[in-house]
Design a protein around this ligand. Structure first.
Ligand code: GLC
Length: 552
């Protein structure tokens, strides 16, 4: 039996930056509902919305204060129901984002824990521990967004609490029965409202080594084995899977899924553990999103993604962009990105230096031609279909991402890929981002660059050479020419160092990442079906630099 998600293309909506219906400068559900036709016209299967739950918004919704409601800045449950109904009517399924590792420090449970005594049940839902005798924190673990994971409760309280990301995102202890029960209820609550599945945020830190021992010395790129990829975490996912399976058994016709967000750089073995048959349906393979524009590096990323999950009888799940990484147009615009040394294995460590957006755009087109030819599931991030570059010159005082503040500016953070979308060439309403009429429309929460109008959806829609037209063509060709493939049947052909050559049934896809044109022997006797080169195909078996051609 086949499932809708197996080969689905999912469009990620960063709700805060997609469209703003009430003119307050922040995206909302009604804004999204008003622009669903753009997503449907692309020809994707589903949307995934970043967290829309009540939140102090210190990590823009990834600090959840209530898992059973909608933040008033985005709307309410009635708006949510209207959105799901309209999306479904357009043939789009709806995925939510759920954040299991931590909640907000304003979640009622955490407020209760702070007010309770050390050793209380209220504190056992989190990781509260005494500090060491010398006054230092309970252990040496480091936070992902900078600093120690430990924050002292303060006052006379001897305890510290653990936050893997920031002090305002306290980690939940999933061995506490309340935590388990609450998330099972949350899954069912949103399934009852028509949701088709969840993107599960930050899965590796869920579950810790009992006793929370110090981490061993770690080389750069190594992860702390006491708080990443733990077997205790996988037990949680098995319980979640059984909640989903039970729900489907009692609700015939519903086909639900969950996808794991786990960065496991060049550790496909760890990634593949998430897609064991009793765990996740999908797990993102992120190596391509972090890969240099370099043949062997990209082939490795693809082979790892495709082959390791095939061993579990399933397909890869790949994205080139998301709300946590530098936009690909800019990432690939860096000169040094063609070197294998450009691999950092860290999505938060953006490429730096001079950029050439003409080159970056050409490469991003070629990358899209490769991405949309892959077997399995593909996730797109809002604005990549418009070819938006990263906004690099946001003034530091306007940056909102905790990554910037918590690393003392060492990492610029993720604001540059979250700038509100341009819908119209006309600057009215922040290029159509704020759709309300009138003079009292607020500035968008991050400023749009002066030239944002050239990327607007309405500028691109009738231009055959635009990124938007390319995405539409690729998505249409994916549907008409590629269809299903069984796990393990996609061949990566080693033809030339600079070429990524992929066989999908009758179609050969060739992506040239080298510095000049290459004659591709593997495609002899075939005709080009489409090219990512804005000036069209050149015919024959030659593939130009920074170009992907599909041959049949
Ligand atoms: C995930 C999210 C990211 C968030 C973090 C903490 O990596 O994608 O945006 O900041 O988790 O929840």
């Amino acid at each position: 039996m086949s499932h809708w998600w197996e080969h689905a293309v999912v469009y990620q909506v960063y709700v805060r930056s997609f469209a703003d219906a009430n003119g307050d400068g922040l995206g909302d559900l009604e804004g999204l509902r008003g622009r669903l036709d753009h997503i449907a016209a692309l020809g994707v299967d589903a949307i995934w919305m970043t967290p829309i739950y009540p939140s102090p918004q210190l990590d823009h919704g990834y600090d959840v204060a209530d898992y059973f409601a909608i933040d008033p800045i985005h709307g309410d449950l009635a708006a949510f129901d209207r959105l799901v109904a309209d999306a479904n009517a357009l043939g789009l399924r709806v995925l939510l984002d759920i954040v299991p590792n931590h909640c907000s420090r304003e979640h009622p449970w955490f407020l209760e824990a702070l007010a309770a005594a050390p050793g209380s049940d209220a504190r056992a839902r989190f990781y509260f521990r005494d500090g060491k005798a010398d006054g230092s924190p309970p252990n040496n673990w480091r936070a992902i967004f900078g600093g120690s994971v430990w924050t002292p409760v303060g006052g006379d309280d001897p305890q510290w609490y653990l936050g893997t990301f920031t002090p305002y995102q306290p980690d939940l202890d999933h061995t506490h029965p309340d935590v388990d029960a609450m998330f099972a209820d949350a899954l069912r609550f949103w399934f009852d409202r028509g949701v088709d599945g969840f993107r599960v945020d930050a899965t590796p830190p869920v579950g810790k080594t009992p006793g929370l021992p110090d981490a061993p010395p770690l080389a750069p790129g190594e992860f702390n084995p006491h708080t990443r990829f733990r077997p205790e975490g996988h037990e949680v996912w098995r319980r979640w899977r059984s909640v989903i399976d039970e729900y489907m058994a009692t609700h015939p016709g519903r086909e639900l899924m969950m996808v794991s967000e786990a960065y496991a750089p060049r550790r496909p073995d760890l990634m593949a553990e998430y897609v064991r048959p009793d765990e996740f349906h999908q797990c993102f393979a992120f190596d391509l999103l972090m890969s240099p524009w370099h043949g062997p590096s990209m082939r490795r990323a693809l082979a790892d993604a495709v082959e390791h999950v095939a061993a579990h009888g399933t397909w890869p799940t790949i994205a080139l962009n998301n709300h946590d990484a530098q936009r690909i147009v800019t990432r690939l615009a860096h000169d040094g990105i063609t070197s294998p040394d450009a691999w950092t294995g860290d999505n938060l460590r953006a490429a730096e230096g001079e950029v050439d957006l003409v080159v970056g755009t050409r490469r991003a087109r070629a990358a899209a031609g490769l991405l949309l030819a892959l077997p399995g599931s593909v996730y797109l991030y809002q604005g990549e279909e418009l070819g938006l570059p990263e906004v690099l010159d946001l003034p530091d005082e306007l940056r909102q991402d905790p990554v910037f503040a918590n690393t003392g500016g060492d990492k610029k953070g993720r604001d540059g890929c979250r700038v509100p979308l341009p819908w119209t060439a006309s600057p009215v309403g922040s290029h159509g981002f704020s759709v309300t009429e009138g003079d009292d429309v607020a500035e968008p929460w991050l400023p749009q660059p002066a030239d944002w109008g050239r990327y607007a959806a309405d500028t691109q829609v009738d231009d055959e050479s635009s990124m938007l037209s390319l995405y539409r063509r690729l998505l249409a060709a994916r549907r008409s020419h590629l269809g299903r493939s069984e796990p393990g049947t996609t061949a990566l052909i080693d033809d030339h160092d600079d070429l990524i050559v992929l066989r999908r049934g009758d179609v050969l896809i060739v992506c040239n990442v080298g510095a000049g044109p290459v004659d591709c022997a593997a495609v002899a006797g075939r005709a080009p079906l489409l090219t990512t080169d804005p000036s069209g195909t050149r015919g024959g078996t030659v593939v130009d630099r920074d170009t992907t051609v599909w041959f049949s």
